[in-house]
Design a protein around this ligand. Structure first.
Ligand code: CA
Length: 235
């Protein structure tokens, strides 16, 4: 059985060792770098199946690496889990905003890391299998699941993989309310470790990118979110 290749970019030797040991034991093929510039070079050369990316690194920092990976057609769809030593939301928002799929706060338990990796890799597989012709058009928003592209007022807007799944899922079920746990399982992964707050971060970023159409994503107090049912509100 082919095992996935994971690149770990992490400059703390102890953490790198623990991560490497646990991923290898699980059967993953692990490459690593302790420097941002070198890590980016390896990512571009080897196009691994998943990248675990530390935020604070010598050379290039995690945010900049993430941004560059997302600009390169070779690496743009590789899932990225951002590892951050700080739990401040500003860092998380920054990381998710430049295209990270998930984040993990250090120090983390190996079991937690493995669950995240499995969830992100499984989603990648589903994404490759699920290429059916489908376009969702809501007013001036066009969601194209084949091209994995969103057009707003005819302009392509960059959405992260998670934001895209979230928007696509909500827009596929207009008027239906989903609680946070459900949205997490459909868009981030069905492991119980993800905090509800995580989905709020993605929704906030999603709304920002929707700009004038941000109100399509409605907050249902005490429950979760829903996509506005335009068939009802425009009649
Ligand atoms: Ca670091």
């Amino acid at each position: 059985m082919k095992r996935e290749r994971i690149l770990v970019i992490e400059d703390e030797p102890d953490i790198l060792e623990v991560v490497r040991y646990n991923l290898t034991k699980e059967g993953y093929r692990v490459t690593s770098s302790m420097d941002g510039t070198e890590g980016l070079r390896i990512a571009t050369r080897e196009a691994p199946d998943l990248i675990i990316l530390d935020l604070m690194l010598p050379g290039l920092d995690g945010i900049e690496i993430c941004r560059r990976l997302r600009q390169d057609p070779v690496t743009r769809s590789i899932p990225i889990i951002m590892a951050t030593a700080k739990s401040e939301e500003s860092d998380l928002v920054l990381g998710l905003g430049v295209g990270a799929d998930d984040y993990i706060v250090k120090p983390f338990r190996p079991r937690e890391l493995l669950a995240r990796c499995q969830a992100v890799l499984r989603r990648g597989t589903l994404r490759e299998e699920g290429t059916r012709g489908e376009r969702i058009v809501v007013g001036r928003i066009v969601i194209d699941s084949v091209r994995h592209e969103v057009l707003i007022d005819d302009q392509p807007i960059d959405f992260t993989a998670t934001e895209f799944r979230l928007l696509h899922f909500l827009a596929s079920h207009p008027g239906r309310v989903f609680d946070r746990a459900h949205l997490i399982s459909r868009t981030i992964g069905d492991h119980a470790i993800v905090l509800d707050r995580n989905i709020d971060v993605h929704v906030r970023s999603l709304r920002r990118k929707l700009g004038p159409y941000r109100d399509y994503i409605e907050t249902v107090r005490g429950v979760g979110y829903r996509f506005r049912d335009t068939r009802r509100s425009e009649s």
